[in-house]
Design a binder for this molecule. Structure first.
Ligand SMILES: *Cc1c(COP(=O)(O)O)cnc(C)c1O
Length: 392
């Protein structure tokens, strides 16, 4: 693409070059570990990292670089690195941009496994970790220190969906020279333009909406120029390149991301509204819903909402809740989200909070709305409430 284009057009055209591959519309899967060099001179160029082509399968196969280039262009970052999972995408920047004696600030509503990485590994390596209230906003300035290297944000937060004031947090972080890393998996580059809000590194569980079909584990790290060098160094030195097959699925997922997200948003909004009006429901945690927590910030900063949200039920007996969850016809229980199929799981957000309190009287659920007809999903939920109420 030679001209600036809108994101939906970009999704169709980024990361492919048919004329390079016999006219094939999509970049094929390249399976290669060994790359052969015709001359000693070429070998030496590869050694000096100046070889114009691919020099080893771990670095730069076209399906991988096309996925990286597509992610960087789509989000408006300077470069992107593909990694084998969303968890690699969240943890690699934490490792790449810190030294023993450094300090990092991490949102209290961070994805659980990212938190465990901080607690077990960053601390072991001598990096101090402070969790902060996701709603702290500009108040984060009070927690930054001269050695604060990273401020990690995730908005909306995992399980609780608090929307963060990313701009205010980024301004305070930058005043201390810290790098702002955002887990942007929920919104994707389509619905939150990370680099317009002061983010330096935007990471994605491409496993979720970008892959979109619950059949690939993949991550992407999109960054600005300053952050790229240490990220590229560690990515290369740890050998965490994903397979071409997985990047092929990442690219394929991008082609339909906009239409899937638009439909999932529309269905999720309708279902969230329906849930809000149920007597069994205490609160719906979906920032796109008018009157929901975080709605104003969401409206200010986001271009849309994906189909993942939380529900707090009024107190219910565990066996009735289990009957509700066990009996769904269309909603399945499983971790992860972002696929074409609807999912539901019970959650316990208060278990993993240390800097802020989260208390609810009743059980929490997380719903991922898929591409089914929302009428059918509502009917499935309605029957679930009958089981919750002991009526079925
Ligand atoms: C799932 C998830 C990840 C990790 O992605 P994987 O590909 O499963 O490792 C990271 N961040 C968030 C917010 C997630 O929900």
């Amino acid at each position: 693409m030679s001209k600036p284009r809108k994101p939906r057009t970009q999704l169709v055209h980024l990361g492919r070059a048919p004329r390079k591959w016999l006219g094939a519309v999509s970049t094929p899967v390249f399976r290669a570990s060994t790359i052969l060099f015709p001359t000693v001179e070429d070998l030496h160029l590869a050694e000096a990292r100046q070889y114009p082509g691919v020099s080893y399968g771990l670095h730069g196969l076209p399906t991988v670089t096309d996925f990286q280039d597509a992610m960087a262009a789509l989000e408006g970052g300077d470069a992107a690195l593909a990694v084998p999972s969303g968890l690699t995408a969240t943890t690699l920047p934490l490792l790449a941009c810190t030294q023993p004696g450094d300090h990092v600030l991490v949102t209290d509503a961070v994805y659980g496994p990212t938190r465990r990485f901080c607690d077990l590994h960053l601390k072991r390596l001598g990096v101090e970790v402070t969790y902060y209230d996701p709603l702290i906003g500009a108040g984060i300035a009070g927690l930054t220190r001269p050695n604060t290297r990273i401020v990690f944000v995730e908005s909306p937060g995992s399980l609780t969906f608090e929307v963060q004031d990313v701009r205010a947090i980024a301004d305070a972080a930058h005043a201390r020279g810290a790098t702002v890393v955002l887990d942007n998996s929920w919104a994707t580059p389509l619905y939150f333009r990370a680099f317009d809000h002061g983010v330096d590194v935007s990471v994605h569980a491409a496993t979720k909406y970008i892959g979109g079909h619950s059949d690939v584990l993949l991550g992407a790290i999109v960054c600005n120029k300053e952050a790229y060098a240490p990220l590229f160094r560690l990515w290369t030195d740890m050998g965490v390149t994903p397979s071409s097959d997985d990047c092929f699925l990442g690219l394929r997922g991008l082609r339909t991301l906009a239409v899937r997200l638009a439909q999932q948003q529309q269905s999720a909004l309708r279902i969230a509204q329906w849930l809000r009006d149920r007597v069994e429901v205490a609160e719906v945690l979906y920032p796109a819903l008018p009157d929901a927590r975080g709605h104003d910030l969401w409206k200010r900063d986001f271009k849309g909402a994906s189909g993942l949200f939380g529900v707090i039920l009024r107190p219910a007996a565990p066996e009735r809740l289990a009957a509700m969850l066990d009996g769904f016809d269309l909603f399945s229980m499983g971790y992860s989200w972002g696929g074409f199929e609807s999912l539901i799981i019970p959650t316990v957000p208060e278990r993993s909070r240390t800097a802020s309190t989260w208390t609810t009287a009743g059980p929490c659920l997380r719903l991922a709305i898929g591409l089914e007809d929302p009428d059918d999903l509502i009917a499935d939920l309605d029957e679930g409430f009958r089981r919750l109420n002991g009526l079925a």
